[in-house]
Design a protein around this ligand. Structure first.
Ligand SMILES: [Fe+2]
Ligand SMILES: [Fe+2]
Length: 177
């Protein structure tokens, strides 16, 4: 007998979501490589970090399935876009993907509610918050890249360096508290 607290109906949808998070992982790796080649190291580091976050998202779903003694299946992952016309196109793709994942998370949440699956519902709340952050930061970065234009991307690099420092300071402050 399986000891599970999640609805059997949502399990295949979680498999699909693992695929989607891993697809985002690969897409961000490809975008990071694009910026690295364009000699924009802060943008490259930003997307490499995003990639790691996506891997972490996939792991969260995987862990939920394991904890619930559910079947684990990982779908085939399509190859990411690797060629970009310019920085704006790469940043626009990242916003588009984040909006798509947000839709996916919302429809998972609808299903969890339909099924009275409180375990999945509670689990998914973290992702609802996370997607708001991801969409808003992808949107901000795209706007900044558009405003800077191709020839002034170093300004965006400078912004990322400074905002990283702010984040580090915040992390240090919260560690101390
Ligand atoms: Fe994600
Ligand atoms: Fe994301």
């Amino acid at each position: 007998m399986k000891t599970t607290l999640i609805s059997p109906k949502i399990v295949p949808e979680f498999h699909r979501q693992i695929g989607s998070e891993l697809e985002a992982f690969l897409q961000y790796l490809a975008i990071a490589a694009y910026f690295e080649k364009a000699a924009l190291p802060r943008l490259a580091a930003h997307f490499a970090r995003q990639a790691e976050e996506e891997r972490g998202h996939a792991m969260r779903f995987l862990q939920l399935l394991v904890d619930n003694d559910a079947d684990v299946a990982i779908p085939a992952i399509p190859a990411p876009e690797a060629q970009f016309k310019d920085a704006e196109q790469a940043a626009a793709l990242s916003l588009e993907r984040e909006l798509r994942v947000t839709e996916e998370i919302h429809s998972l949440l609808r299903l969890a509610r339909q099924e009275n699956d409180f375990t999945s519902e509670t689990f998914l709340h973290w992702f609802v918050k996370e997607q708001l952050e991801e969409v808003s930061s992808a949107d901000q970065l795209l706007k900044m890249i558009q405003r800077a234009g191709d020839r002034r991307l170093l300004l965006v690099e400078d912004f990322l360096t400074r905002s990283d420092q702010t984040k580090l300071t915040k992390e240090k402050a919260s560690e101390g508290s």
